[in-house]
Ligand binder design. Structure first.
Ligand code: UT7
Length: 321
Protein backbone atom coordinates (compact mmCIF):
# COMPACT_ATOMS: atom_id res chain seq x y z
CA UNK A 1 0.00 0.00 0.00
CA UNK A 2 1.27 3.42 -0.83
CA UNK A 3 -0.46 6.78 -0.70
CA UNK A 4 -2.86 9.16 -2.35
CA UNK A 5 -3.14 12.90 -1.88
CA UNK A 6 -6.12 13.75 0.34
CA UNK A 7 -5.76 17.53 0.39
CA UNK A 8 -3.44 20.40 -0.51
CA UNK A 9 -2.80 23.93 0.73
CA UNK A 10 -0.50 26.88 0.19
CA UNK A 11 0.51 30.24 1.62
CA UNK A 12 2.38 33.18 0.12
CA UNK A 13 3.61 36.40 1.74
CA UNK A 14 1.39 39.45 1.21
CA UNK A 15 4.00 41.68 -0.44
CA UNK A 16 4.24 41.40 -4.22
CA UNK A 17 7.41 42.88 -5.74
CA UNK A 18 7.41 43.75 -9.44
CA UNK A 19 10.34 43.62 -11.83
CA UNK A 20 10.18 47.42 -12.06
CA UNK A 21 10.72 47.67 -8.30
CA UNK A 22 13.87 45.54 -8.61
CA UNK A 23 15.16 47.78 -11.37
CA UNK A 24 15.03 50.60 -8.80
CA UNK A 25 18.15 49.21 -7.09
CA UNK A 26 19.59 46.74 -9.65
CA UNK A 27 20.91 47.16 -13.18
CA UNK A 28 18.00 45.20 -14.66
CA UNK A 29 14.64 45.78 -16.34
CA UNK A 30 11.15 44.34 -16.55
CA UNK A 31 11.87 43.60 -20.20
CA UNK A 32 15.01 41.51 -19.44
CA UNK A 33 13.45 39.57 -16.57
CA UNK A 34 10.11 38.84 -18.22
CA UNK A 35 11.61 37.96 -21.62
CA UNK A 36 14.40 35.75 -20.26
CA UNK A 37 12.42 34.06 -17.47
CA UNK A 38 8.66 34.69 -17.73
CA UNK A 39 8.67 36.16 -14.21
CA UNK A 40 6.74 39.44 -13.74
CA UNK A 41 6.57 39.63 -9.95
CA UNK A 42 7.30 37.56 -6.86
CA UNK A 43 6.02 37.46 -3.25
CA UNK A 44 8.61 38.30 -0.61
CA UNK A 45 8.39 38.06 3.17
CA UNK A 46 8.22 41.31 5.08
CA UNK A 47 6.71 40.48 8.47
CA UNK A 48 5.88 36.81 7.81
CA UNK A 49 8.15 34.10 9.19
CA UNK A 50 8.69 30.86 7.30
CA UNK A 51 7.25 28.97 10.28
CA UNK A 52 4.02 30.94 9.86
CA UNK A 53 3.77 30.36 6.10
CA UNK A 54 4.49 26.65 6.47
CA UNK A 55 1.89 26.26 9.20
CA UNK A 56 -0.72 28.18 7.17
CA UNK A 57 -0.16 25.95 4.14
CA UNK A 58 -0.29 22.86 6.34
CA UNK A 59 -3.56 23.95 8.02
CA UNK A 60 -5.14 24.50 4.60
CA UNK A 61 -4.05 21.06 3.44
CA UNK A 62 -5.36 19.40 6.62
CA UNK A 63 -8.71 21.19 6.25
CA UNK A 64 -8.97 20.15 2.59
CA UNK A 65 -8.15 16.56 3.54
CA UNK A 66 -10.54 16.50 6.49
CA UNK A 67 -7.68 15.28 8.70
CA UNK A 68 -6.94 16.54 12.23
CA UNK A 69 -3.36 17.37 13.21
CA UNK A 70 -3.63 14.76 15.97
CA UNK A 71 -4.15 12.07 13.30
CA UNK A 72 -0.78 12.73 11.63
CA UNK A 73 1.79 9.94 11.91
CA UNK A 74 4.65 11.87 10.29
CA UNK A 75 5.48 15.43 9.26
CA UNK A 76 8.09 15.83 6.51
CA UNK A 77 9.26 19.31 5.61
CA UNK A 78 11.39 20.06 2.57
CA UNK A 79 13.38 23.26 2.90
CA UNK A 80 16.84 24.71 2.46
CA UNK A 81 15.94 28.07 3.99
CA UNK A 82 14.41 27.25 7.38
CA UNK A 83 13.88 29.83 10.13
CA UNK A 84 16.18 27.79 12.37
CA UNK A 85 18.84 25.16 11.94
CA UNK A 86 17.53 23.32 14.99
CA UNK A 87 14.84 22.18 15.56
CA UNK A 88 13.92 21.21 12.03
CA UNK A 89 11.24 23.16 10.19
CA UNK A 90 8.92 20.13 10.41
CA UNK A 91 9.03 20.37 14.22
CA UNK A 92 8.07 24.03 14.08
CA UNK A 93 5.12 23.18 11.81
CA UNK A 94 4.02 20.33 14.08
CA UNK A 95 4.22 22.59 17.14
CA UNK A 96 2.06 25.23 15.44
CA UNK A 97 -0.47 22.58 14.42
CA UNK A 98 -0.46 20.78 17.76
CA UNK A 99 0.75 17.51 16.21
CA UNK A 100 2.99 15.18 18.21
CA UNK A 101 4.27 12.67 15.66
CA UNK A 102 7.83 12.18 14.36
CA UNK A 103 9.03 15.19 12.35
CA UNK A 104 11.94 15.41 9.93
CA UNK A 105 13.34 17.76 7.32
CA UNK A 106 14.46 16.85 3.81
CA UNK A 107 17.10 18.96 2.10
CA UNK A 108 16.91 18.31 -1.63
CA UNK A 109 16.54 21.90 -2.87
CA UNK A 110 13.97 22.32 -5.65
CA UNK A 111 13.36 18.57 -5.88
CA UNK A 112 12.50 18.48 -2.15
CA UNK A 113 8.75 17.92 -2.43
CA UNK A 114 9.17 14.74 -4.49
CA UNK A 115 11.95 13.56 -2.16
CA UNK A 116 9.49 14.18 0.70
CA UNK A 117 6.83 12.12 -1.08
CA UNK A 118 9.36 9.32 -1.40
CA UNK A 119 10.09 9.37 2.34
CA UNK A 120 6.34 9.24 3.00
CA UNK A 121 5.95 6.37 0.53
CA UNK A 122 8.41 4.34 2.61
CA UNK A 123 6.40 4.96 5.79
CA UNK A 124 3.20 3.81 4.09
CA UNK A 125 4.93 0.78 2.57
CA UNK A 126 6.27 -0.30 5.99
CA UNK A 127 2.85 0.18 7.58
CA UNK A 128 4.24 2.93 9.84
CA UNK A 129 1.79 5.64 8.77
CA UNK A 130 -1.84 6.22 7.80
CA UNK A 131 -1.65 10.02 7.51
CA UNK A 132 1.44 12.02 6.51
CA UNK A 133 1.89 15.76 6.02
CA UNK A 134 4.49 16.83 3.46
CA UNK A 135 5.13 20.56 3.54
CA UNK A 136 7.60 22.48 1.40
CA UNK A 137 8.54 25.92 2.68
CA UNK A 138 11.14 28.29 1.34
CA UNK A 139 12.24 31.79 2.23
CA UNK A 140 14.65 32.24 -0.67
CA UNK A 141 14.87 35.99 0.01
CA UNK A 142 17.00 35.25 3.11
CA UNK A 143 19.78 33.49 1.14
CA UNK A 144 19.93 35.63 -1.99
CA UNK A 145 22.68 38.10 -2.75
CA UNK A 146 20.51 41.15 -3.43
CA UNK A 147 23.30 42.80 -5.39
CA UNK A 148 23.51 39.88 -7.86
CA UNK A 149 21.04 40.66 -10.65
CA UNK A 150 21.64 37.26 -12.28
CA UNK A 151 20.07 35.37 -9.37
CA UNK A 152 18.04 37.55 -6.99
CA UNK A 153 15.44 38.43 -9.64
CA UNK A 154 14.54 34.76 -10.08
CA UNK A 155 13.19 33.76 -6.67
CA UNK A 156 10.31 34.29 -4.28
CA UNK A 157 9.09 33.06 -0.88
CA UNK A 158 6.23 30.70 -0.10
CA UNK A 159 5.00 27.41 1.27
CA UNK A 160 2.70 24.63 0.12
CA UNK A 161 1.63 21.29 1.54
CA UNK A 162 -0.11 18.00 0.87
CA UNK A 163 -1.75 15.57 3.29
CA UNK A 164 -1.34 11.96 2.24
CA UNK A 165 -3.42 8.95 3.19
CA UNK A 166 -3.21 5.28 2.33
CA UNK A 167 -4.04 4.57 -1.29
CA UNK A 168 -2.79 3.54 -4.67
CA UNK A 169 -2.23 6.97 -6.18
CA UNK A 170 1.53 6.64 -6.64
CA UNK A 171 2.26 4.85 -9.92
CA UNK A 172 6.02 5.46 -10.15
CA UNK A 173 8.70 7.59 -8.54
CA UNK A 174 12.37 8.15 -9.27
CA UNK A 175 15.02 10.08 -7.40
CA UNK A 176 18.38 10.97 -8.84
CA UNK A 177 21.38 12.93 -7.60
CA UNK A 178 24.43 13.93 -9.59
CA UNK A 179 26.57 15.29 -6.78
CA UNK A 180 27.97 18.70 -7.72
CA UNK A 181 28.45 21.31 -5.00
CA UNK A 182 29.55 24.09 -7.37
CA UNK A 183 26.74 24.59 -9.90
CA UNK A 184 24.18 25.67 -7.30
CA UNK A 185 25.47 26.48 -3.84
CA UNK A 186 24.57 28.17 -0.56
CA UNK A 187 27.47 27.98 1.93
CA UNK A 188 26.55 27.14 5.52
CA UNK A 189 27.02 29.26 8.63
CA UNK A 190 30.54 30.52 9.18
CA UNK A 191 30.21 30.25 12.97
CA UNK A 192 32.55 31.84 15.50
CA UNK A 193 34.86 28.99 16.47
CA UNK A 194 38.26 30.37 17.55
CA UNK A 195 39.79 27.13 16.19
CA UNK A 196 38.28 27.28 12.68
CA UNK A 197 40.97 28.20 10.14
CA UNK A 198 38.88 27.64 6.99
CA UNK A 199 37.81 30.45 4.69
CA UNK A 200 34.03 30.71 4.78
CA UNK A 201 32.21 32.80 2.19
CA UNK A 202 28.92 34.53 3.00
CA UNK A 203 25.88 32.24 3.15
CA UNK A 204 24.40 33.54 -0.09
CA UNK A 205 23.08 31.74 -3.14
CA UNK A 206 25.21 31.31 -6.26
CA UNK A 207 24.42 29.48 -9.49
CA UNK A 208 25.84 28.79 -12.92
CA UNK A 209 22.59 29.69 -14.68
CA UNK A 210 23.40 28.42 -18.16
CA UNK A 211 24.61 25.08 -16.86
CA UNK A 212 21.48 24.67 -14.73
CA UNK A 213 19.31 25.58 -17.71
CA UNK A 214 20.58 22.62 -19.78
CA UNK A 215 20.43 20.27 -16.80
CA UNK A 216 16.85 21.41 -16.11
CA UNK A 217 15.45 20.69 -19.56
CA UNK A 218 17.05 17.23 -19.62
CA UNK A 219 15.84 16.55 -16.07
CA UNK A 220 12.22 17.24 -17.00
CA UNK A 221 12.34 15.28 -20.25
CA UNK A 222 14.10 12.26 -18.70
CA UNK A 223 11.97 12.41 -15.55
CA UNK A 224 8.71 12.29 -17.52
CA UNK A 225 9.92 9.58 -19.89
CA UNK A 226 11.31 7.35 -17.15
CA UNK A 227 8.35 7.57 -14.76
CA UNK A 228 5.99 6.99 -17.71
CA UNK A 229 7.98 3.95 -18.82
CA UNK A 230 7.96 2.59 -15.25
CA UNK A 231 4.16 2.92 -15.12
CA UNK A 232 3.60 1.75 -18.73
CA UNK A 233 1.91 4.97 -19.89
CA UNK A 234 2.82 7.46 -22.62
CA UNK A 235 3.63 11.12 -21.87
CA UNK A 236 0.73 12.07 -24.17
CA UNK A 237 -1.66 10.21 -21.79
CA UNK A 238 -0.81 12.50 -18.87
CA UNK A 239 -3.45 15.08 -18.03
CA UNK A 240 -1.40 17.50 -15.90
CA UNK A 241 2.34 18.20 -15.80
CA UNK A 242 3.54 19.95 -12.65
CA UNK A 243 7.19 20.84 -13.19
CA UNK A 244 9.48 22.91 -11.02
CA UNK A 245 9.00 26.59 -11.93
CA UNK A 246 12.43 28.09 -12.66
CA UNK A 247 12.12 29.65 -16.11
CA UNK A 248 9.38 29.83 -18.73
CA UNK A 249 11.97 29.03 -21.40
CA UNK A 250 12.88 25.80 -19.57
CA UNK A 251 9.19 24.80 -19.52
CA UNK A 252 8.82 25.68 -23.22
CA UNK A 253 11.88 23.67 -24.26
CA UNK A 254 10.69 20.63 -22.27
CA UNK A 255 7.19 20.84 -23.79
CA UNK A 256 8.71 20.93 -27.25
CA UNK A 257 11.04 17.99 -26.67
CA UNK A 258 8.35 15.85 -25.05
CA UNK A 259 5.79 16.70 -27.73
CA UNK A 260 3.11 17.29 -25.09
CA UNK A 261 0.22 19.74 -25.06
CA UNK A 262 1.39 23.09 -23.65
CA UNK A 263 -1.97 23.74 -21.91
CA UNK A 264 -1.41 20.66 -19.74
CA UNK A 265 1.68 22.20 -18.11
CA UNK A 266 0.97 24.05 -14.84
CA UNK A 267 2.38 27.56 -14.53
CA UNK A 268 2.71 29.74 -11.44
CA UNK A 269 6.03 31.31 -12.31
CA UNK A 270 4.86 34.69 -13.60
CA UNK A 271 3.50 35.89 -10.24
CA UNK A 272 5.60 33.86 -7.78
CA UNK A 273 9.05 33.40 -9.28
CA UNK A 274 11.02 30.31 -8.30
CA UNK A 275 9.98 29.07 -4.82
CA UNK A 276 12.47 26.20 -4.80
CA UNK A 277 10.80 23.08 -3.34
CA UNK A 278 7.48 24.89 -2.75
CA UNK A 279 6.85 25.36 -6.50
CA UNK A 280 5.44 21.91 -7.20
CA UNK A 281 2.97 21.66 -4.29
CA UNK A 282 1.90 25.28 -4.89
CA UNK A 283 1.12 24.59 -8.55
CA UNK A 284 -0.64 21.38 -7.54
CA UNK A 285 -2.73 23.25 -4.95
CA UNK A 286 -3.73 25.85 -7.55
CA UNK A 287 -4.88 23.11 -9.94
CA UNK A 288 -6.84 21.36 -7.19
CA UNK A 289 -8.53 24.57 -5.98
CA UNK A 290 -9.43 25.51 -9.57
CA UNK A 291 -11.19 22.14 -9.86
CA UNK A 292 -8.94 21.26 -12.80
CA UNK A 293 -7.92 17.76 -11.69
CA UNK A 294 -10.53 15.02 -11.96
CA UNK A 295 -10.47 11.66 -10.22
CA UNK A 296 -8.66 9.10 -12.31
CA UNK A 297 -6.51 11.66 -14.17
CA UNK A 298 -2.74 11.26 -14.41
CA UNK A 299 -0.48 13.91 -12.89
CA UNK A 300 3.30 14.01 -13.47
CA UNK A 301 5.60 15.91 -11.08
CA UNK A 302 9.25 16.74 -11.82
CA UNK A 303 11.48 18.79 -9.52
CA UNK A 304 15.15 19.53 -10.18
CA UNK A 305 17.81 21.78 -8.73
CA UNK A 306 20.63 22.00 -6.18
CA UNK A 307 22.45 18.79 -5.46
CA UNK A 308 22.16 18.43 -8.36
CA UNK A 309 19.02 16.41 -7.67
CA UNK A 310 15.95 15.37 -9.60
CA UNK A 311 12.73 13.89 -8.26
CA UNK A 312 9.96 12.77 -10.57
CA UNK A 313 6.76 10.85 -10.02
CA UNK A 314 3.51 9.89 -11.62
CA UNK A 315 0.23 9.99 -9.68
CA UNK A 316 -3.26 8.77 -10.46
CA UNK A 317 -5.50 11.35 -8.83
CA UNK A 318 -7.98 10.23 -6.21
CA UNK A 319 -6.85 6.62 -6.28
CA UNK A 320 -8.11 5.19 -3.02
CA UNK A 321 -8.11 1.67 -4.39
O1 UT7 B 1 15.69 26.31 -9.11
C1 UT7 B 1 17.06 26.27 -9.41
C2 UT7 B 1 17.20 26.18 -10.80
N1 UT7 B 1 17.53 27.44 -11.43
C3 UT7 B 1 17.34 27.51 -12.73
O2 UT7 B 1 16.80 26.59 -13.30
C4 UT7 B 1 17.85 28.68 -13.50
C5 UT7 B 1 18.29 28.20 -14.87
N2 UT7 B 1 18.91 29.27 -15.65
C6 UT7 B 1 18.19 30.26 -16.16
O3 UT7 B 1 16.99 30.35 -15.99
C7 UT7 B 1 18.92 31.29 -17.01
O4 UT7 B 1 20.20 30.79 -17.32
C8 UT7 B 1 19.04 32.68 -16.34
C9 UT7 B 1 17.67 33.33 -16.28
C10 UT7 B 1 19.60 32.53 -14.94
C11 UT7 B 1 19.94 33.58 -17.17
O5 UT7 B 1 19.45 33.67 -18.50
P1 UT7 B 1 20.46 33.54 -19.73
O6 UT7 B 1 19.67 33.75 -20.94
O7 UT7 B 1 21.14 32.21 -19.55
O8 UT7 B 1 21.41 34.76 -19.52
P2 UT7 B 1 22.99 34.77 -19.29
O9 UT7 B 1 23.32 34.24 -17.93
O10 UT7 B 1 23.63 34.12 -20.46
O11 UT7 B 1 23.30 36.32 -19.32
C12 UT7 B 1 23.10 37.09 -20.51
C13 UT7 B 1 23.39 38.54 -20.19
C14 UT7 B 1 24.70 38.76 -19.44
O12 UT7 B 1 25.28 39.96 -19.91
P3 UT7 B 1 26.46 39.92 -20.99
O13 UT7 B 1 27.55 39.11 -20.37
O14 UT7 B 1 25.88 39.26 -22.20
O15 UT7 B 1 26.80 41.36 -21.18
C15 UT7 B 1 24.26 38.96 -18.02
O16 UT7 B 1 25.16 39.75 -17.28
O17 UT7 B 1 22.36 39.06 -19.34
C16 UT7 B 1 22.97 39.69 -18.21
N3 UT7 B 1 22.06 39.57 -17.08
C17 UT7 B 1 21.11 40.48 -16.83
N4 UT7 B 1 20.77 41.63 -17.44
C18 UT7 B 1 19.74 42.31 -16.93
C19 UT7 B 1 22.00 38.58 -16.16
N5 UT7 B 1 21.01 38.84 -15.29
C20 UT7 B 1 20.43 40.01 -15.69
C21 UT7 B 1 19.37 40.78 -15.19
N6 UT7 B 1 19.06 41.92 -15.86
N7 UT7 B 1 18.64 40.42 -14.11
Amino acid sequence: MSFRILGTGSALPARSVTNDELSGFLDTSDDWISTRTGIRSRRLCTTETLDELAALAAREALAAAGVAASELDLVVCSTTTADHIMPGEACAVAEALGASCPCLDVSAACAGFVFGLDVADGWFARGRARRVLVVSAEKMSRVLDWSDRASCVLFGDGAAAAVLGEGKGLLSLRLESRPDAETINIPGLAGTSPFDETERPASTFSMDGRRVFKFAVNAIVDGVRQTCADAHVEPQDIDHFVFHQANERILGAAVQRLGIEDARVARTLAETGNLSSACIPLALDRLVRAGSIEDGQLVALVGYGGGLSVGSCLLRWGSGT
